[in-house]
Design a protein around this ligand. Sequence first.
Ligand SMILES: Nc1ncnc2c1ncn2[C@@H]1O[C@H](COP(=O)(O)OP(=O)(O)OP(=O)(O)O)[C@@H](O)[C@H]1O
Ligand SMILES: O=C(O)C1=C[C@@H](O)[C@@H](O)[C@H](O)C1
Ligand SMILES: [Mg+2]
Length: 152
Amino acid sequence: MGAGKTTIANLLSPDFIDMDDVIVERIGMPISTFFEIAGETAFREIESQVLLELTQTSGVISTGGGVVMSEENRRILSKSKAEVIYLKSDFDTLYQRITADKSNVRPLFLNNSRVELQAIFEARAPLYEAIATQIITISGKSPEAILKEIQA
Ligand SMILES: Nc1ncnc2c1ncn2[C@@H]1O[C@H](COP(=O)(O)OP(=O)(O)OP(=O)(O)O)[C@@H](O)[C@H]1O
Ligand SMILES: O=C(O)C1=C[C@@H](O)[C@@H](O)[C@H](O)C1
Ligand SMILES: [Mg+2]
């Protein structure tokens, strides 16, 4: 969450597809509202379905931050021919960004303390590492510098 997947995907390809946007269109409400009404498990089921559909298309996709939590999703990403770019960050950078990003309030941010979010971050990091075909360390770098590294 907050590593810049949507920001960097937009720079890579302005006609990129953001998984969260596809999900919002499908559920007809903000993700945080859906979490409240239907719960995270229902969200994860839709997320997996959307991932499967999008990996059968071409182009740049920015995933949701929690996509690596499901073994099935990791299998879908590993088996796809896609390049999977992990924007690797330290926790403090991500925490500052998601705290400041008032235009996109993440439900996991609302529902978890800083300590709990750090635990989520630590559980996810090795999962991202395991499926990535390219790892870019993003802390302290501008979006343009990150784009250049990806394209190098
Ligand atoms: N390299 C960067 N330097 C500084 N700020 C950045 C950078 N990349 C993104 N941001 C800012 O950080 C916030 C989160 O970025 P973004 O929404 O692209 O992250 P994300 O990985 O798509 O998050 P999520 O997992 O919730 O979808 C935004 O406010 C964005 O403007
Ligand atoms: O990190 C997560 O689990 C999430 C990140 C967002 O992109 C959204 O997909 C949703 O808020 C869940
Ligand atoms: Mg995003």
